[in-house]
Write a protein that binds this ligand. Structure first.
Ligand SMILES: Nc1nc2c(ncn2[C@@H]2O[C@H](COP(=O)(O)OP(=O)(O)OP(=O)(O)O)[C@@H](O)[C@H]2O)c(=O)[nH]1
Ligand SMILES: [Mg+2]
Length: 616
């Protein structure tokens, strides 16, 4: 669990951390010289129950709020410091607003420098503080009077911190690893080291990590937490991670270490944004703002549904970012104006990986993983969503995904992807429409070629197969070979077509061993000839011997009969011999022999053929 300080410059944050932990977190020469904190400082606070809190000490000076943000963003608990002699000051309020935007879940207020004021004054400051924390995450926080000069209140403060920590649920154990880097440096003999708060998941020694947004990979050479070597970095702890395979120059505050392929980077996010009520100006779609998420800081524009965002507004937006960012559904972020430099609002990520660069803002915010799942599936339509990306797209811990899918209504998994049942239903209707349309246009054909039905759906094969097989199971569709037809459908013959079919059969029957080719039949029986021949073929009344020649089945049978009666089964025959035996010209004989080879009546060996005996 991580405790982060907050409060106005010079109010005694660093002194208090030192009194509690023994660590002077102001380590920079410039910090020592100026007597203020500039960058983040880190310490460990052992608690009475044996646990250890990671402590992040932040600067209070208004010029360094961006550093404060990088530190405050991964914390569980806030330690708001208000100097008793000065009371609530501008950065007390700005930091409180930031804690609210970040959704910090609790904390403690320390009134510092109590040795400098009398009780009467102190009571006024307490009132002041109570009013300031109203409506913030510290509204119900304990308020402790302290002094690092006479040591008063430090034990009570420790206890209050312990009680606040106990009220906060631990982070999920089974989740995707993510660590936003807050420092990168190199250590002689060790190499590149980064530090940060483990936001989620665990990372083991020797694991391979990806460094986003660039996508470089590195191997974890060592892990340190609270000053000692560890086998793994665990969620909600501070960690220093030694990496091999990357130069220190390739990492910086804002880099994000991840260990799973599910994480992605994006130039835009869908998010709910709220502007603080007392922010000086509205922001339009072209207003440049600073965007802070984790330790990432970049320029951004906020495109809100319905136009300009006014102070106090809370709306659904698309955020367009200057740089690629790594985010997860449910992540909180802070928006600041570049000039004047101030915190103007912030919000929560709805979808970190919207399907299109110009995806529309969601109609409403979805705050639970289940609601986000249905929004994400709704906007992905027939593309579906990669199941592996669901922890990132919904914010649910990886360990919770099976239960999420099981409990979500209207969700269906197909292989590695997830679809809304509604999407699959409309695909099914599209498939039926394609089949119906084919029946309508080609009433003499047996059905729609499956290939064309699949192409019409325009989805990957596995989804198309699922849709078609569900239609089949529901008894709406029949699949016959390579065609699909509406169940119970059969070619519909008009009276004219019926007559043409009978005429065709009559012509082929009477032509016997030498039937006319299809083009000639078309001239005599009309343009539907081929379709009618196919119907006769399916009915078993004609057989196709070569591409444009069909035989009446009895005529073909008579030829086979003649072939068998005039040959011996164990002797090979040349085509010339067979021509004479059957009395056929070459033009008819050669295609017939090839046809008989295919159906097993004859067996070709070299240039000669054996005639197979009649089956029993
Ligand atoms: N008398 C008195 N002085 C204190 C107390 N706590 C801090 N100070 C003094 O207040 C000054 C500022 O303390 P810091 O701890 O550096 O303040 P900070 O809040 O960390 O300041 P920034 O990090 O720059 O925002 C120092 O000179 C401290 O010695 C206290 O309890 N009593
Ligand atoms: Mg300080």
């Amino acid at each position: 669990m991580i405790l982060g300080t907050a409060g106005h410059v010079d109010h005694g944050k660093t002194a208090l951390v030192r009194a509690l932990t023994g660590v002077d977190t102001d380590r920079l020469a410039e910090e020592k010289r100026r007597g203020i904190t500039i960058d983040l400082g880190f310490a460990s606070l052992p608690m009475g129950d044996g646990s250890v809190l990671g402590v992040v000490d932040v600067p209070g000076h208004e010029a360094f709020v961006r550093n404060m943000l990088a530190g405050a963003t991964g914390i569980d608990l806030a330690l708001l410091v208000v100097a008793a002699d000065e009371g609530v000051m501008p950065q007390t309020r700005e930091h409180l607003a930031i804690l609210g935007i970040l959704g910090t879940r609790g904390g403690v207020v320390a009134l510092t420098k109590c040795d400098l004021v009398d009780e009467e004054w102190l009571e006024l400051v307490r009132e002041d503080v109570r009013a300031a924390v109203e409506g913030t995450p510290l509204a119900n926080a304990a308020v402790c009077d302290t002094s690092v000069v006479d040591g008063r209140g430090l034990d009570a403060l420790r206890e209050a911190i312990g009680a606040a920590a106990a009220a906060i649920p631990a982070r999920a154990a089974d989740d995707l690893f993510r660590l936003p880097v807050d420092r990168a440096f190199s250590v002689r003999g060790t190499g590149t080291v980064v530090t940060g708060t483990v936001w989620s998941g665990s990372l083991a020694r020797d694991a391979v990590v990806r460094i986003l947004p660039g996508g470089l990979t590195a191997r974890v050479r060592g892990i340190e937490s609270h000053g000692s070597a560890r086998e793994a970095a665990t969620p909600g702890t501070r960690a220093a991670i030694a990496l091999t395979g990357v130069e220190v120059g390739e990492l910086h505050r804002g880099s994000v270490l991840v260990s799973d392929g599910a994480w992605g980077v994006s130039h835009s996010l869908l998010a709910e944004v709220a502007l603080l009520p007392d922010t000086p100006a509205a922001i339009g779609p072209r207003t440049k703002v600073r965007f802070h998420l984790g330790t990432i800081e970049t320029g951004a524009r906020v495109v809100a549904a319905g136009g300009t965002l006014a102070p106090g507004d809370r709306r659904q937006t698309r955020i367009v970012l200057d740089d690629l960012v790594v985010a997860r559904a449910g992540d909180r972020f802070v928006l600041r104006s570049a000039s004047p430099l101030s915190t103007i609002g912030g919000g929560m990520v709805n979808d970190p990986l919207p399907p299109h660069r110009r995806s529309r803002p969601w109609p409403r915010s979805a705050t639970s993983p289940g609601e986000r799942l249905s929004m994400v599936l709704g906007s992905s339509l027939a593309r579906g969503v990669d199941a592996a990306s669901l922890p990132v797209r919904t914010g649910a811990a990886s360990g919770e995904i099976p239960a999420l899918l099981a409990s979500a209504a209207g969700v269906q998994r197909v292989g590695e992807r997830v679809y809304s049942v509604q999407t699959l239903r409309s695909l099914a209707e599209l498939a039926m429409a394609a089949v119906e349309e084919h029946h309508e246009r080609f009433p003499l054909e047996p059905g729609a070629p499956l290939q064309s039905v699949r192409a019409r759906l325009g989805v990957d094969t596995q989804v198309a197969e699922t849709v078609l097989s569900e239609l089949r199971q529901a008894g709406r569709l029949e699949l016959r070979g390579a065609v699909a037809l509406r169940s119970g459908w059969s070619p519909v013959l008009s009276a004219g077509a019926e007559a043409a079919r009978e005429r065709l059969l009559e012509i082929l029957r009477s032509a016997g061993a030498e039937p006319p080719p299809v083009p000639e039949l078309e001239q005599r029986c009309g343009p539907d000839t081929l379709a009618l021949l196919r119907i006769l073929e399916r009915e078993g009344r004609v057989a196709q011997v070569e591409s444009d020649r069909f035989y009446a089945v009895p005529a073909l049978a008579a030829l086979v009969e003649m072939l068998r009666s005039r040959t011996l089964p164990d002797r090979p025959y040349t085509p010339a011999e067979l021509r004479d035996l059957l009395g056929l010209s070459r033009k008819y004989l050669i295609p017939l022999l090839e046809y008989w080879d295919r159906v097993g009546v004859t067996d070709r060996r070299g240039g000669e053929r054996f005639v197979a005996p009649a089956p029993e």
